[in-house]
Design a protein. Sequence first.
Lengths: 113, 112
Amino acid sequence: GAGVSQSPSNKVTEKGKDVELRCDPISGHTALYWYRQSLGQGLEFLIYFQGNSAPDKSGLPSDRFSAERTGGSVSTLTIQRTQQEDSAVYLCASRDRSNQPQHFGDGTRLSIL
Amino acid sequence: ELKVEQNPLFLSMQEGKNYTIYCNYSTTSDRLYWYRQDPGKSLESLFVLLSNGAVKQEGRLMASLDTKARLSTLHITAAVHDLSATYFCAVISTDSWGKLQFGAGTQVVVTP
């Protein structure tokens, strides 16, 4: 079946602008995770959703970052007033049962000019 | 705080030879995952290791888990060019809602 879908695949924006990144998980997967991958920091957890709730937001780096999930499906990660250090690949993953692996999307490559 | 260390970070392999990547982690966990990432691509799940002594094999790759030593190994047998990629181990701690803590990754380059 279809995998995790993320859009856009690439986003270039100016410092100070807001951006929205979208994740469409595998159908039926209740758990959804956002990570980001950068050269300096490796792969970092951002936020976890179970259904529409986010019981773990501990990885969000600042209050400029927020995320929501609606209908237990699509999730949006929003970054306000972007900074150059926000440049990274933002990855979304979903999973079914707790012991199953997380399935990752292709990511959104975000570049802040 | 859970820490995951992989070594080596870079591995130059000769085709036909055997190699091992090591993954150590700092706190109790009973779930460890190995992923592969090709340049510019996303993460592909390779193995799920859920218990002490677990061993999984797929083709030339074999992964094992020793929860007492907090160590997993990824063994590559008779390396081939197609195995060139970056390999990540990732661990879930017992109180973490399933979030993955990744190692830094091992970049593997296989040459003739």
